[in-house]
Design a protein around this ligand. Structure first.
Ligand SMILES: Cc1ncc(COP(=O)(O)O)c(C=O)c1O
Length: 584
């Protein structure tokens, strides 16, 4: 096993010292030798007691997964950070040989790389869209773009393994697989309700497909995208190979829950895992609807595209209040006219990086007994503490917590400090199904160990680029939580927290300049955020292509460029940005 794989699976700590989940501690509480494999570590336990035996089995399962992952990823090794000379190189950063493509120094950014998976893995969640015209072509379904794609964001793009599984189930009819009978039934009901087309649930081995007509396809895809109740690439691969869940997958999920409980300062059983961030939001939506049936929800601030679509299409209506400067009075007015099931908000919003002031909003909504569902994907729990204000926190593990861009996951946190805790948690608990596939949990559990340390570096790099961009003469405006509605962000920022690594900017004369700047930008370019390598995209085009006028009426220009700043040498990143801004 190479140093790189070892670091990926054994790197970092979660900031809360728990020997049972800490990479620094073996079963005997010792530091493992840097060359010891997990199997050897496990093997040193001479007469394991039952919990130690369970831990040893878990270590073995992780080791096997790591081995298989490395075999299948082939060239998709995580990029190296060779620019960091020893001994300043942080221990949590992956080591690789230069034979693998080094996304830190050799990003996927040029025209001829259109459609390549980022990273080069069958489980990649991003795909190279290197030129502005590629993004437009992708949205307009131009064959020269669509046919070049070998990957994509899994809620939008059906990966080869999932497609193969769907074909086996659907026998040439439109079909998608779902991870449970309940999810498949919900999807079939949604198709029939919204398109009037028939949809049938078909059992296939241990999963369930939904089969519909050509006319039902849009609704089928919409359910998959908005609810995030998807079958992951690893799960599809396992079903195709006739492989069952990994040994001790429950123990792996437990270990992940324990780490997340450390990040959120709650108990392990307050954490409910989901296959994606959207599935966690859907679980929150279903819970608040069950608590007060028939009521709509309000979205405070312009959100990530599917957050609003989910409330509008799968709830009882989602009312958008996007003026953050007057959000308190708008919410008061709304609540006078209309009882709500919940308020949803992002801390901070994607892509405009401002947030509603949850401290000021709390007395207004709690006076009406309306819970708050917060999404902290962009800030992350390392930077903000929502414990005093959020009742539920729905997060995506796909982004900063994974960091590698090769796995999806989500979590719904029931906040034990919430006045609605004793109402909401039993509902969430009763509705919950354990749908995060064990192999994905293994990857997430390993990656989560290095998340707090990685996040510190993301914060430093994000701040540096945001501040320099802000002073650049070719830049009109930069959105970053340090100055976008900063009072609201500061109210929840942890004393040692930063402002994150998502930076959105508008070049001067963006309508003519943005495409060229984007094309020249030597960063990986494609969907998603939170990866350890920098990733850029023209977010409005990518997320709102069919509703650009509406997005612009909410202040979200089609010419924005969003950068998720990675862990590279920030001076190198800045040089690349300067070159792109300087012109041809
Ligand atoms: C702010 C925010 N929340 C939630 C999500 C959904 O997460 P996932 O893609 O894991 O379902 C995203 C995805 O980009 C996001 O940006």
């Amino acid at each position: 096993m190479s140093g790189e794989a070892r670091t990926r699976y054994w790197g970092g700590g979660n900031g809360v010292h728990r020997p049972s989940s800490c990479y620094r501690c073996t079963a005997e509480g010792e530091k493992p030798s840097s060359r010891a494999s997990p199997a050897k570590v496990a093997g040193r336990v001479s007469r394991p007691t039952p919990p130690e035996r369970q831990k040893a089995r878990l270590e073995q399962a992780r080791f096997e997964m790591a081995k298989r992952d490395r075999q299948e990823l082939g060239s998709a090794r995580m990029p190296s950070l060779n620019w960091l000379s020893e001994p300043s190189r942080p221990s949590f950063l992956p080591k690789t040989s230069m034979s693998a493509r080094d996304l830190y120094q050799d990003p996927v950014w040029q025209g001829e790389e259109l459609g390549q998976p980022i990273p080069a893995s069958p489980h990649a969640v991003s795909v190279a869209l290197p030129r502005w015209q590629d993004v437009v072509g992708y949205e307009e379904k131009k064959p020269e773009v669509v046919n070049a794609l070998t990957s994509g964001y899994p809620r939008f793009f059906i990966h080869a393994q999932v497609r193969e599984l769907a074909q086996q189930i659907g026998e040439r009819r439109p079909c998608l697989p779902f991870p449970s009978l309940r999810a498949a039934r919900l999807c079939a009901g949604f198709i029939e309700r919204t398109s009037g087309e028939q949809a049938k649930v078909v059992a296939f081995r241990s999963i369930h497909g939904v089969v519909t007509s050509e006319k039902g396809t849009d609704a089928l895809r919409a359910f998959w995208q908005h609810t995030g109740l998807i079958v992951s690439t690893r799960e599809a691969e396992a079903h195709l190979a006739g492989r069952g869940p990994v040994a001790d997958d429950e123990a792996v999920r437990r270990s992940l829950r324990r780490q997340l409980a450390g990040f959120y300062d709650c108990a392990e059983d307050d954490v409910f895992l989901a296959p994606t961030g959207m599935a966690a939001q859907f679980a929150a939506l279903q819970a608040v609807i069950q608590r007060t049936p028939g009521r709509p929800t309000a979205q405070l601030g312009f959100p990530y595209v599917d957050s609003l679509k989910l409330q509008q299409k799968l709830g009882h209506g989602g009312i958008l209040l996007h003026h953050l400067e007057s959000i308190e009075s708008e919410l008061k007015d709304l609540l006078r006219r209309q009882p709500l099931a919940a308020c949803f908000c992002e801390i901070p919003g994607n892509p405009l990086l401002g947030c509603a002031d949850v401290r000021r909003i709390s007395p207004i909504r709690r006076g009406h007994r309306v819970p708050l569902v917060a999404d902290d994907v962009v800030a992350t729990p390392a930077n903000v503490d929502l414990g005093d204000y959020a009742d539920l926190i729905a997060t995506s593990l796909t982004k900063f917590i994974a960091g590698t861009g090769n796995v999806m996951g989500g979590a719904l946190i029931c906040n034990p400090k919430s006045p609605f805790y004793h109402e909401l948690k039993p509902i969430v608990s009763a509705q919950h199904e354990e749908l995060l596939w064990g192999e994905d949990a293994v990857v997430l559990d390993a990656q989560a160990r290095s998340f707090p340390e990685r996040m510190k570096r993301h914060n430093q790099n994000g701040l540096l680029l945001a501040e320099r961009l802000r002073r650049h003469p070719a830049v009109e405006r930069v959105w970053y939580p340090k100055w976008e509605f900063s009072e609201a962000y500061e109210a929840v920022r942890r004393p040692d927290g930063g402002w994150g690594a998502l930076v959105t900017f508008m070049p001067k004369h963006g309508d003519t300049k943005s495409p060229g700047i984007y094309d020249r930008l030597a960063f990986c370019k494609g969907p998603s955020l939170g990866t350890i390598f920098t990733l850029a995209c023209p977010f409005t085009l990518l997320a709102h292509y069919t509703e650009l006028e509406w997005a612009e009426s909410c202040g979200v220009s089609r010419y924005l460029i969003r950068i998720s700043v990675g862990l590279e040498d920030p001076e190198d990143l800045w040089r690349r940005l300067q070159r792109a801004l300087a012109g041809p």
